[in-house]
Design a protein around this ligand. Structure first.
Ligand code: FAD
Length: 459
């Protein structure tokens, strides 16, 4: 790594801020670029949603070591925070800590990363050449920053999957964008006016869809004109309802049970096997057409279709990504939602997250590519290891530990492998013992998004 230059961290979400805290502990100088107006800008969009993992899994150790001496009040470890509480009670105090505040640039969107003077095809001296991070500032200024290493913690929130099947926008989807809301609107609070008394079609079969449907049902109790429609690609919603009482995260199990009751009662009108092919707007609403010719007319569409990583800004870097999941190659098969429905993953760090582009790492939600099961605790261990690797402490980088909440079984091999809390076996051990090698998915609980833009387990 080039010495005496800062390490760029892209994104001031929970994982980007944790990365900065770990870099500081290692004596490295972080500079954090955040596109939004403040830290946690993506979570700000879903501040009304309750997390399903309790506080004790949502805090990073290095961040705590910064916060605790300031008199910061630690939340109750077993309580489940709302997204807003995660910001107000943790991310905002962390971002305003003098050690981080002075190194955080908000309103600073990274648009590209490259090596100084070298495009992707140039190999000579590549590993010892500094990176250039191009940043668009909120006042319109565009600046290139020279840095020694780059940690991309920019998440996937701003890149939702399209409504259409086949991974492409449905015909007419772009034109109908004024009828399509953000992925997780606050339907009974901040965004209520756009939903009360209207026909609302929720598309998707993940955690976000379940939350939105339940909140719409609350709204419909007060505004009786509100109509709730729900479209999923699969033939049955059973897997969305999840494990109920058997879910390792009780809050998530309860969500599924409530959803089932609302559908059974007719409060939510469910359309199964509904793969969207086109949208056509008119003054009466938008007509959403399925591939087999059925149609639903609605006022608003809520796209709970999951997310995918923005790889455009990394175009000049040499990456090694799983062709399906778009996660680092070694990690991809272990989280591929085609085979894994839970958040449990072997502990992993810098080694697994490395790319041919030396000193460049994708961490956090974005490291999971299109897989929806990322958990904060996983990301905190990722950045601890990456900071150690960048500081040259290979032993610490390679010694990975992880304690995760149990989020369900992810293979038919229940009880012996992926459903035990991680921290037991490292990724290398698991690969040699063949953990999850012939998985047959069994879903307990609702994943946080959709697999490859469709719902898990071919829903
Ligand atoms: C509704 C929901 C509920 C979830 N619940 C849980 C839970 O209970 N437990 C759990 O462990 N995980 C949960 N997750 C998963 C995951 O932990 C969160 O998505 C978490 O916010 C990921 O953190 P992150 O730092 O990787 O990304 P983000 O929080 O998305 O942060 C990325 C940051 O990067 C910024 N950014 C984006 N692009 C750029 C750019 N080009 N330049 C500069 N900045 C940029 C964004 O503005 C944002 O602030 C949930 C996710 C969702 C969507």
């Amino acid at each position: 790594m080039v010495e005496n230059l800062p390490v760029a961290v892209i994104g001031a979400g929970p994982i980007g801020l944790a990365a900065a805290a770990h870099l500081l502990e290692r004596g490295l100088e972080p500079i954090v670029f955040e596109a939004g107006p403040s830290a946690g800008a993506a979570i700000e969009q879903w501040r009304h949603i309750r997390l399903f993992s309790p506080w004790r899994f949502n805090l990073d150790d290095a961040a705590l070591r910064l916060l605790e001496p300031t008199g910061w009040e630690s939340p109750r470890p077993t309580a489940l925070p709302y997204g807003g509480e995660l910001i107000d009670g943790y991310l905002a105090p962390l971002a305003s800590h003098p050690a981080l505040a002075s190194r955080l640039r908000t309103g600073a969107r990274v648009t590209a990363v490259t090596r100084a003077g070298l495009d992707k095809t140039h190999v000579r001296d590549r590993d010892t050449t500094p990176f250039i991070v191009r940043v668009e500032h909120a006042d319109g200024e565009v600046r290139d920053y020279t840095v020694s290493a780059v940690i991309d913690a920019s998440g996937t929130w701003s890149n939702r999957n399209p409504l259409g099947t086949s991974g492409l926008p449905a015909i007419g989807e772009v034109r109908a964008s004024d009828r399509i809301s953000s992925p997780l609107p606050d339907v009974s609070g901040r965004d209520r006016a756009s939903f009360a008394g209207r026909r609302v079609l929720v598309v998707g079969a993940g955690h976000s869809a379940a939350n939105t449907l339940i909140n719409l049902a609350e709204l419909a109790k007060e505004d009786l004109e509100t109509r709730i429609l729900w479209a999923i690609r699969g033939a049955s919603p059973e897997k969305v309802y999840g494990g109920g009482d058997a879910d390792g995260l009780p809050a998530r199990g309860q969500l599924g049970s409530r959803l089932r009751r609302l559908v059974d009662a007719g409060t939510i009108q469910l359309h199964t096997s509904f793969g969207i092919s086109s949208l056509a707007g008119s003054e009466h609403g938008v007509t959403v057409l399925s591939g087999d010719g059925r149609s639903v007319v609605t006022d608003v569409v809520v796209p709970c279709t999951g997310f995918r990583p923005d790889l455009d800004m990394l175009r000049e870097l040499r990456l090694n990504l799983d062709p399906a999941v778009e996660a680092p190659t070694e990690l991809g098969p272990l989280i591929d939602p085609e085979f894994h429905s839970c958040g449990t993953v072997p502990p992993h760090g810098a080694k697994v997250l490395a790319h041919p582009e030396r000193d460049f790492y994708i961490v956090g939600m974005k490291s999971y590519g299109r897989a929806p099961t990322f958990l904060l605790a996983t990301g905190y261990e990722q950045v601890r290891s990456v900071a150690a690797a960048l500081a040259g402490d290979q032993a610490a980088a390679d010694t990975v530990h992880l304690e995760l909440p149990e989020t369900g079984v992810c293979s038919s091999d229940a009880g012996t492998s992926c459903d035990v809390p991680a921290g037991v076996q490292s990724l290398a051990d698991q690969q040699s013992s063949g953990c999850c090698s012939a998985p047959e998915p069994v879903l307990i609980g609702i994943p946080t998004g959709l697999a490859h833009g469709r719902s898990v387990g071919s829903l």
